[in-house]
Design a protein around this ligand. Structure first.
Ligand SMILES: C[S@@+](CC[C@H](N)C(=O)[O-])C[C@H]1O[C@@H](n2cnc3c(N)ncnc32)[C@H](O)[C@@H]1O
Length: 398
């Protein structure tokens, strides 16, 4: 069946209509004429795959990755980077308008760096003597030789592991943002561990730390951060600084007394802004994160920050006199209790860092005692449909 692609959905899939029913097609760009085969049909929608491109979009580019459309990691490999950034900016604008009735002029722009080598973490899986990534929506392993979006050091480790005899289930590779230090966790058995000992700063084999170090250190701006294998760390090497700087702009010169850093991970944002406030309180429910947050506090000689290891929703109603709340929740966004409390709290502003514009829009709509000052979009995850946004809210009666 021949169809014309009309627009993109939020996941970057092409959209067309077949007998008035919406049809989603992976790897299809607007204006393209394609021959498709239907792969799924329900009462509400159709999914199809491309059999042949009859007319290609000028915005389509050659896919450099040999695992494109197989590993499921990067679904926008076929879209030129300018178009990807435009798609992501438009996506945030339309979600904000549709679900929270926010003026799209408040979405100020998109900030982006490199399309390649931006990731400081990769999780791989193994079977027999092979290692690779899971095939999209399955547990089948696609062996890989390298990955375009990770730090070069991660590719060095992949190459080395590919040339070594092994039997592993899972591998996690993390690097410092300057690409100088490697942390490697292997579940399984591997020959020639001595080479890995020389290359890595942290080496974990079946939960045993083989070397002295348990963390690697990364710099963001003028702060240093330690990161363990189980703790959360923003995955983009360079753009994280821009994101944190945008938070900082909204804290500097405000002379805030107390600020909350909710969903604080390893305390990175709270520590980043700590020079400009009297007191910061960070909350995260993950013990490894809070362990590393306390180490980061000491590493940077910060004396005005304390961390609480608990769920935000368990603690949120215990604070008074908060000047600013920074939230950076997981994709699920804020829970009902947290939203209710944030509506009532006397915070002058809220800085909301979000990795899911849909839950962001839901939460903003509910936080109706605040109005949106501006939104900036950060392309932290090039080649994928994922996007980070930073939104500043101010109290309506401030
Ligand atoms: C997107 S990360 C933010 C990390 C941090 N702001 C940063 O920039 O590195 C979200 C964090 O929320 C934490 N988290 C998820 N649900 C939570 C909850 N209900 N209460 C407290 N922390 C939670 C996770 O452990 C994770 O560290």
């Amino acid at each position: 069946m021949e169809v014309e692609v009309l627009k993109l959905d939020n996941l970057g899939r092409g959209i067309t209509y077949i007998n008035d029913k919406i049809c989603f097609i992976e790897n299809a760009l607007p204006t393209e004429i394609i021959e498709i085969e239907i792969t799924k049909e329900t009462s509400k929608y159709i999914e199809a795959k491309v059999i042949k491109y009859i007319k290609k979009s000028p915005l389509r580019i050659e896919e450099e990755c040999p695992y494109s459309n197989i590993c499921g990691g990067c679904n926008l490999n076929h879209m030129c980077f300018n178009e990807e950034n435009k798609f992501k900016l438009d996506k945030v604008k339309s979600i904000m308008k549709k679900y929270a009735n926010i003026d799209t002029n408040l979405v100020e722009g998109i900030i982006y760096h490199d399309r390649n080598n931006y990731r400081n973490k990769l999780t791989m899986h193994g079977k027999d003597n092979e290692i690779g990534l899971y095939k999209e929506k399955s547990n089948e392993i696609i062996p890989i030789q390298s990955c375009l979006i990770v730090n070069p050091k991660i590719n060095e480790i992949i190459k080395l592991l590919n040339n070594t005899t092994k039997k592993v289930n899972k591998i996690i590779i993390k690097t410092s943002n300057d690409n100088s230090k490697i942390m490697l966790k292997i579940d399984g058995s591997i020959d020639n561990i001595d080479i890995l000992k020389k290359l890595c700063s942290v080496l974990i084999l079946n939960d045993q730390y083989i070397l002295e170090n348990k963390t690697i250190e990364t710099n963001i701006g003028n702060k240093k951060y330690l990161e363990g294998i189980d703790s959360f760390f923003q995955i983009n090497n360079t753009l994280t600084k821009e994101l944190y700087d945008e938070v900082l702009i909204n804290v500097k010169d405000k002379k805030y007394k107390t600020i909350l850093d909710l969903y604080c991970g390893t305390g990175t944002i709270g520590i980043y802004v700590s020079d400009y406030v009297k007191e910061v309180i960070g909350i995260d429910y993950n013990e490894s994160n809070i362990d590393d947050a306390n180490k980061n506090k000491d590493l940077n000689n910060v004396n005005n920050i304390r961390f609480i290891c608990d769920k935000v929703e368990n603690k949120i109603d215990t604070f008074n006199d908060i000047d600013l709340v920074i939230v950076d929740p997981p994709r699920a966004g804020l829970d009902e209790k947290t939203r209710k409390y944030l509506k009532e709290i006397n915070s002058k502003e809220i800085i909301y860092v979000s990795c899911d514009p849909i839950t962001l829009a839901r939460d903003i709509k509910d936080l109706d005692t605040y109005k949106v000052k501006y939104i900036k979009v950060f392309n932290m995850f090039p080649r994928t449909y994922h996007i980070e946004s930073l939104l500043v809210l101010e109290k309506k009666d401030a």
